[in-house]
Design a protein around this ligand. Structure first.
Ligand code: DMJ
Length: 644
């Protein structure tokens, strides 16, 4: 592992002196009364006395003549120096009081320049801009319609569309996963025809499928199918405070099917000898079994709780939440490496297996759900779930300390892996999946409100600022993983040039990219599955920082999807190699392209008041669930409270 300084110390450009601020009064008195001075003062000369007097007088002058215009910091520190009506006498009095008080321990403030470069944009976008983004949002809607039309034409009722061979394929157990994954996107986009088609298919077919189908993966079925049904329930008026669907089945239909499915999925928990569920479920007879290696993935068993908690809240039955939350309670007791966890766990022993640590495949959404489940449940305020926040904070410190490095020559920030745990060596490798992290970090820092508001209300801690900084740095790297290739689309996995690692001749193919020597793409990793993680993070970062660059980056990525993955006959396809032109195509449209990628792009280009991040939490498959006390306390007959 690199011996260089950890990211938290080396890379965050906030002057720590700012946090140990000394007041002007302290500076003067401390300088005059150092130990040497004190000794000499016994025989203080008149000259020294006059000097002291002059400095004191000067200080008074500076205070009384200081500009009355409040500085950014003044305006932000509660109520001080912002009232223009105050009389000068009161002002001076206040200033003296201020001098005599201990300097407050405020989190760092950004200067005007830093604000611009770090993306706090308070000015309203002009009309032309708004029109531009509305038009771009329409382009995304058209892309969704094209994707759905291909699926409907060739693969309706199958899990996925194979757009080149123009047929369907059941890769996820045969529950029509694309239909359910797409439905809430269509609702958000106001595509009534699609809502009606998808809704009718679900109403007429899904229960039967659920009762007849065999093996499904617990995690995939929960995040895509159960998650899709639950957000369709909410968005179609289930909680009675919004209704985006003028057509399709009643919300209770979605809820009934969700309960039937979840009851079967629960067998993965109840048949395991520990709180860690088995990975697979046989739907037709509600039985469960472990994967062939007898292990469960860490991320899979910890990425079920948003869905199960919400289902408990709306159904009034606590069993889903009880089983799901046992997993986190168990994780709390397990040993970790600075909050980081190995990617496999045994449902038989309940212990982690192996040492591999990464935020990519099999590790990723463990970290995402720690903070999101806390956000979902924190309104209950019974203190039972603060351990989730603590685990998240510790893990992010671990990420900053152990996993973050910068590339050569251009200092891109990336999150690497520890293939041998804390004792093994560092690998400068990052799955595209890791690009969920910028969004999660930003959400965890401001809890879904804008950075501007969070700063105004003095809500951000130093760690929040560090996490936000890492979020922005990492989002840039994720975007450059797209820009560096010939197609403008990211590979599945990238390696990074560091002092310990470089391989020549494995660039992305875009010679005009500044980062062509920083990012290395191995032959086996050159595919693109239409994944959402980068645009997901751009969406969250845009909402939180209001920096328009995230929209522009999203637009560039969208255009590349349009150019290289669109299939004329309908649908979009994965690619085999993003570094060569024309790219070889792979013949698969993943369900998350409709469920996540296009939804996040649509929301990124649209009005920020739609599905606000402080009122909704998106599951890992981009299905939004509401966060509000009423649902979790009253709607669920207080079932969310105290079930742990
Ligand atoms: C999706 O199913 C989810 O986002 C999951 O968390 C990770 N993999 C895919 C998208 O890449």
């Amino acid at each position: 592992m690199s011996k260089s300084l950890p990211y938290s110390v080396k890379d965050v450009h906030y002057d720590n002196a700012k946090f140990r601020h000394r007041s002007f009064f302290k500076v003067i008195t401390q300088t005059l009364f150092t130990s040497d001075m004190k000794r000499e003062c016994v025989s203080c000369s008149t000259g020294k006395f006059l000097g002291l007097f002059m400095i004191f007088g000067l200080a008074c002058l500076m205070l009384t003549h200081a500009s009355k215009t409040p500085s950014v910091t003044d305006g932000l520190s509660k109520g001080l120096g912002t009232n223009e009506e105050q009389k000068v006498v009161t002002d001076v009095g206040l200033r003296f009081k201020k001098l005599l008080r201990r300097a407050p321990r405020l989190p760092p403030r950004l200067s005007g320049d830093e604000k611009v470069s770090s993306g706090i944009f308070t000015g309203k976008p002009n009309e032309h801009d708004e029109e531009k983004w509305k038009a771009r949002q329409r382009n995304v809607k058209e892309a969704f319609t094209h994707a759905w039309s291909g699926y409907k034409k060739f693969a309706m009722g199958y899990d996925e569309l194979l757009p080149l061979s123009m047929q369907g394929f059941d890769g996820l157990g045969g529950l029509g996963a694309t239909v359910v994954d797409s439905l809430d996107t269509a609702m958000i986009m106001g595509l009534e025809e699609v809502v009606s088609e998808a809704g009718s298919w679900i109403e007429s077919n899904l229960l039967e499928r659920i009762s007849q189908k065999g093996d499904v993966n617990l995690f995939e079925t929960t995040i895509r199918v159960l998650g899709g049904l639950l957000s369709a329930y909410h968005l179609s008026g289930g909680d009675q405070d919004m209704n985006l669907a003028n057509t399709g089945p009643k919300p209770t239909i979605y809820l009934e099917i969700a309960k039937n499915l979840a009851d079967r999925l629960l067998s993965a928990f109840t048949s395991s000898p520990t709180p860690i569920p088995y990975s697979d479920v046989l739907l037709k007879n509600s039985s469960a079994h472990p994967a062939s290696n007898l292990l469960s993935s860490t991320s899979e068993v910890s990425t079920l709780q948003l869905e199960f908690n919400y289902l408990s809240a709306i159904s009034g039955d606590p069993k889903y939440k009880t089983e799901g939350m046992k997993v986190f309670a168990h994780f709390k007791t397990l040993p970790k490496v600075e909050g980081l966890v190995p990617i496999y766990i045994s449902p038989h022993s309940g212990e982690f297996i192996g040492q591999e640590i990464r935020l990519g495949s099999r590790g990723d959404s463990y970290y995402e759900y720690l903070i999101k489940v806390w956000l979902q449940l924190r309104s209950i305020q019974d203190g039972n779930f603060t351990y989730l926040y603590d685990m998240y904070e510790e893990a992010m410190r671990g990420v900053r300390h152990l996993l973050v490095q910068k590339t050569i020559p251009n200092e891109l920030v990336f999150v690497g892996e520890l293939p041998g745990g804390s004792k093994g060596s560092f690998s400068p490798k990052m799955d595209h999946l890791v690009c969920f992290l910028p969004g999660t970090l930003a959400l965890g820092a401001t809890k879904g409100i804008t950075k501007e508001k969070a700063m105004k209300d003095n809500l951000l801690t130093i760690e929040d600022f560090e996490n936000l900084k890492l979020a922005e740095d990492l989002a840039k790297t994720c975007f450059e993983m797209y820009s560096v290739t010939s197609t403008g689309l990211a590979p599945e996995i990238a390696y990074f040039h560091t002092k310990d690692f470089y391989e020549d001749g494995l660039g992305g193919g875009n010679q005009s990219s500044e980062y062509v020597n920083d990012i290395i793409i191995k032959f086996n990793d050159r595919h693109n599955l239409l994944r959402p993680e980068t645009v997901e993070s751009l969406f969250v970062l845009y909402r939180i920082t209001q920096d328009p660059k995230y929209r522009e980056w999203g637009w560039q990525i969208f255009q590349s999807f349009e150019k290289y993955t669109k299939v004329d006959s309908g649908g979009y396809t994965s690619l085999n190699d993003v570094t060569t032109l024309p790219p070889q195509r792979r013949d698969k449209m993943e369900t998350f392209f409709l469920g996540e990628t296009l939804k996040y792009l649509y929301l990124l280009f649209g009005d920020s008041s739609v599905i606000p991040l402080d009122k909704f939490v998106f599951n890992t498959e981009a299905h939004p669930f509401p966060i509000k006390d009423a649902i979790y306390l009253e709607g669920g007959s207080n079932i969310m409270k105290g079930t742990m």
